[in-house]
Ligand binder design. Structure first.
Ligand code: SF4
Ligand code: SF4
Length: 165
């Protein structure tokens, strides 16, 4: 493709009114001063996230501090991004529990499938997004870290608003 160069003439001081251009610019500024401000002073001001916001995961815990996960294997199998690592174990009473449970929040595509398939409502995507880190490995959340999360869980489907309107 041929590249053409357009040469622009320099504005001539005798025929160009810088005063008019400055006044036009100031008029524009003053018009905006009177308008309602839309800028938000984050992080001091924060808007409520949508109840369907899908962010950082959280693991629900029993009253005695044990994770609710029963290591059934559905979420690592059903999730499309291969970002959940689960190693299951069994206690003396035959109860299954996660020995290792990790989610790579960097690989996750926040589809919410893990939350949907979990038979005991243990794992949830959450209404939370402030999880910036300096190193990539910090985005792999282990079980303890998932259990520490306190943000609200996401409402994946609202029966009162089935079409998300
Ligand atoms: S939300 Fe993330 S972790 Fe859960 S199934 Fe989807 S990709 Fe996997
Ligand atoms: S689906 Fe639920 S119970 Fe099953 S492994 Fe995942 S978090 Fe644990």
């Amino acid at each position: 493709m041929a590249i053409s160069v357009k040469v622009l003439d320099r504005p001539h001081p005798e025929t160009t009114s810088y005063l008019r251009a400055s006044l036009k610019g100031m008029a524009l500024t003053f018009r905006h001063i009177a308008r309602r401000k839309v800028t938000q002073q984050y992080p001091e001001d924060q808007t409520d996230l949508s109840p369907r916001w899908r962010g950082t995961h959280r693991m629900e815990v029993h009253a005695d501090g044990r994770p609710k996960c029963v290591a059934c294997g559905l979420c690592p199998t059903g999730g499309p991004a291969n970002c959940i690592r689960l190693v299951g174990g069994e206690d003396d009473q035959g109860n299954r529990y996660p020995v290792v449970y990790e989610i790579d929040e960097f690989r996750c595509i926040f589809c919410g499938m893990c939350q949907e398939v979990c038979p005991v409502e243990a794992i949830h995507v959450g209404r939370h997004f402030e999880n910036a880190e300096y190193t990539r490995d910090r985005f792999v959340y282990d079980l303890d870290r998932l259990m520490e999360q306190e943000h609200p869980a996401t409402l994946l489907w609202d029966p009162s608003d089935p079409r998300s309107e």
